[in-house]
Write a protein that binds this ligand. Structure first.
Ligand code: NAD
Length: 520
């Protein structure tokens, strides 16, 4: 029975039997190295968005359990921060190997709980895996600086030290990549961690935590608590938590940023997006349209890097028909089916919201060139499917433009000139990313200089930067000073200590000077 019910995360036997024997299984917390069933009687169903089956039940962790998780992290910190950096790196080296070993299992869990296609789910894991690989070089990444002889016989150096207990709060759309943006960097820097996965798809976090422990992460270094607003507020308010990484919507992100900052915590908050592509008439038509369709409809538009708005400049506007034909050819189905291009959106509520925004676009004058709202997927009639949808003639005052849709909906706008197109993008409040499609180097250079977005693509849809860079959203898409992963991520999870020391034979009897020391 144990094996049957433990198809994804109850497989190692470290989970308390009471969690796994329930049907549907209860998602365990991880506290002090033990996967434990919460005592809470309040739960949320984790639902397969393609079938509506209840995959598992997620507890709303009690305050005592939350405190126990923070306390476990606090107690694990002194020994972990004193563990040699080479040992901490080796845990990551082993973790990346184990993630590769179990990538199929992780991907299947993601598709089951989140809905994206299996191929896309592999990408979700792989882009997180790359952060783990990067963390294997942490000794070099967190090196300090040294200046000898700043004064006679005196040397000064700075070192980067871990902060203590850090926490991460995750969104639903990348159940593996985003937890892996957070805890591998934090713990390899020597911190301990409390992770709060999305309540909609917590399974990948549990598998990753199992793997981290198998890789040798000591008990208490990584802890997991589940829930929604209450546990998030408890994280913001807890005096023992020093820093919070958040990824998700602006409503939650700005709330967390202000509540936790007011408590003196460091916060990095990656939030919503409305990413534009500008298309110039000299661009390669087929390559551009392929890129627009992939980035507009991939993951059913549920990526913060989705290109959700296209601004066609001049004659390129006539490419809309071809765009519609290409979008029509995409296959919508459950993510587990072969050759599927896009799966369902995360929930019935999400589908309703997306459909409402499409309708509001139509009512405010946009032309519906492709309508995916009434799609029926045979065998998955209850799934939250929306087919690719294209609205043309969209203007900046429409709600469908002002709000992040987060569904498979591509908005088309028109501009008479490149300058006008840049102006449209820059007026938008979000600044996650923007792309330009062109054959002109001069246009590309103008774009990269003038565009107000943190991630810029030229002839590529917006890429998630690899881990030796950082994820650099700006404007309303980011709050904080230090971005996720890369050098900025290491700086976020460490604080600098500057040490000045004097080692020389001191002459006696030189007297006492109360003047401000100067070095000359
Ligand atoms: P969400 O904000 O609803 O949830 C994110 C997390 O915050 C969850 O763990 C949730 O439990 C918690 N939360 C939600 N509302 C809260 C509240 N009022 N108080 C306290 N906690 C709260 O986001 P989502 O729907 O899971 O994810 C989609 C959003 O995430 C989109 O806006 C997308 O653009 C954004 N996103 C951004 C990036 C990025 O890097 N910029 C990456 C992925 C997703």
């Amino acid at each position: 029975i144990f094996a049957l019910r433990s198809s994804y995360y109850f497989s190692t036997g470290v989970v308390e039997p009471s969690s796994s024997l329930r049907s549907p299984p209860r998602v365990p917390n991880l506290i002090g190295g033990k996967f434990v069933d919460s005592q809470s009687s309040s739960t949320i169903d984790v639902i397969n968005p393609a079938t509506q089956e209840v995959v598992s039940q997620l507890p709303l962790t009690t305050n005592e359990e939350f405190k126990a998780a923070v306390s476990a992290a606090k107690h694990a910190f002194p020994a972990w921060r004193n563990t040699p950096i080479t040992t901490r790196q080796r845990v990551m080296l082993k973790l990346q190997e184990l993630i590769r070993r179990d990538i199929d299992k992780l991907a299947m869990n993601i598709t089951t709980e989140q809905g994206k296609t299996l191929k896309d789910a592999h990408g979700d894991v792989f882009r997180g895996l790359e952060v783990v690989e990067h963390a294997c070089g942490m000794a070099t990444l967190q090196m300090g600086e040294y200046v000898p002889n700043v004064a006679n016989g005196i040397d000064t150096f700075s070192i980067r030290e871990p902060l203590g207990v850090c926490a991460g709060i995750c969104p639903f759309n990348f159940p593996a990549m985003i937890p892996l943006w957070m805890f591998p960097v934090a713990v390899t820097c020597g911190n301990t961690f409390v992770l709060k996965p999305s309540e909609k798809d917590p399974g990948a976090s549990i598998i990753l935590a199992e793997l981290a422990m198998e890789a040798g992460l000591p008990n208490g270094v990584l802890n997991i608590v589940h829930g929604t607003n209450d546990v998030v507020n408890a994280i913001c308010d807890d005096d023992d938590i020093r820093a919070i990484s958040f990824v998700g919507s602006n409503t939650a992100g700005m709330h967390i940023y202000s509540r936790a900052s007011a408590k003196g915590k460091r916060v990095q908050s990656n939030m919503g997006a409305k990413n534009h592509a500008i298309v110039l008439p000299d661009a390669n038509t087929d390559a551009t349209l392929n890129a627009l369709v992939a980035a507009g409809f991939g993951a059913a538009g549920q990526r913060c890097m989705a290109l959700s708005t296209v601004v066609f400049v001049g004659d390129s506007h006539s490419w809309e028909n071809k765009l519609v034909e290409l979008a029509k050819s995409l296959k919508v189905n459950a993510g587990t089916e072969p050759d599927v291009d896009l799966g369902p959106v995360i929930s019935k509520q999400a589908k309703e919201r997306v459909c409402k925004l499409i309708q509001s676009g139509v009512e405010s004058g946009a032309r519906l060139l492709l309508d995916g709202r009434n799609i029926v997927v045979p065998g998955y009639e209850d799934g939250n499917f929306i087919g690719p949808t294209i609205l043309s003639g969209v203007t900046a005052d429409m709600d469908c433009y002002k709000e992040e849709i987060f569904g498979p909906v591509l908005l088309c706008m028109e501009a008479d000139s490149f300058e006008e197109a840049i102006h449209i993008v820059n007026r938008n409040k979000y600044g996650n990313g923007a792309s330009l499609f062109t054959a002109s180097g001069a246009a590309a250079r103008k774009f990269q200089t003038e565009i107000e977005a943190g991630q810029v693509g030229i002839n590529v849809p917006i890429p998630v930067p690899l881990p030796f860079f950082s994820f650099t959203g700006s404007k309303a898409s980011f709050a904080g000073d230090l971005n996720f992963y890369g050098k900025a991520g290491v700086n976020f999870y460490t604080q600098i200590k500057t040490i000045t020391q004097q080692w020389k034979d001191l002459p006696g009897g030189s007297g006492v000077s109360l003047a401000m020391p100067t070095s000359q």
